[in-house]
Design a protein around this ligand. Sequence first.
Ligand code: GMT
Length: 374
Amino acid sequence: MNIGIVCYPTFGGSGVVATELGKALALKGHRVHFITYSQPVRLDFFNENLFYHEVFIPPYPLFQFPPYELALASKMVDIVQNEKLDVLHVHYAIPHASAAYMAKQILRTKGIQIPVITTLHGTDITLVGKDASYEPVVTFSINQSDAVTSVSADLKDETYRYFAIEKDIEVIPNFINLERFKKQRKEHFRAAIAPEGEKLLIHTSNFRSVKRVDDVVHIFAGVREQMPVKLLLVGDGPDRPRIEKLCRELGHCQDVRFLGKMEAVEEVLSISDLFLMPSEKESFGLAALEAMACEVPVISTNAGGIPELNVHGLTGMVSNIGDVADMVKNALYVLRDDNLPRFKAAARTHAEEFAVEKIVPRYEACYQRAIDAV
Ligand code: GMT
């Protein structure tokens, strides 16, 4: 197939899933065209089937808000027409689904039928999309898509709950490349960070309020009262200065390492013992899946689709949002020497259910059905 993928090209989960999907499809022989405003972060290898088309917005003094959606729709028209695409797959409804709808209408006037697949990733529904400023456009453009997928059953339910959606939504979960995300031997790194054999807790996110990084620090503080531990914080975002201040106030700075945005996150996951995800909302929790694939069990909330991934008592434990005391208790339980090995092994085994080889064929089948239907 000749596939167009539209996504946010940043470190965010939706962009990562879209890019990894494109890479996997290219390796299977499909031609994949990324259409975004900059090179996707994970589009980091050469393959003869991968193409990148930049959306350029010519600056003009009148535009207080550059009309990205129009430039994107125009670029989609160009690429569908000239690269003879069979299908357009847009990740994250806003504004990609409505831009695709516009492109589809323009192409129809030229006698070209292009099916559009929209994948809902989470905040496009649970936070941003619900807002009255966007809701009518989100509802319309989801209903106009030829196929709609969501990354968890919970997100599908939320979508039906908050929007008047008439389309079937197929659940296709996030997936993982188990060759890349596996426990690597990095003892030298571990010895440097935890020289006294301390256990290592880790959190990776974009440091937005929905991630509740304050809770990460408080969970760490509670565990640290009972046993020697260190905390690794990967990523960056608006809450980071506040979190740094909190660590200083709690007097923990020497045991907390801010590692910033990391491309090879699997290396630092490989030396970690426990992943913390106290999110307020999380449609799936790709970061937790990456941890589990590296044999790191997960202490999380029961928000959104997380329980579909983190199985309580098997791959880690789940608590109510904000229940830091329960998460401390659970962390201490999982970290016990007589529990940790089985949690680690189960985390990896369960991650294998989400192997790229198992999930990508579901997208291919979805594309084929949409192509056959137009
Ligand atoms: O987690 C984020 O803030 C980034 C966000 C995004 O839209 O890129 O991630 C969402 O999509 C990921 C991939 O499908 C999911 O694994 C994340 O759970 C989801 N985040 C939220 O729902 C908050």
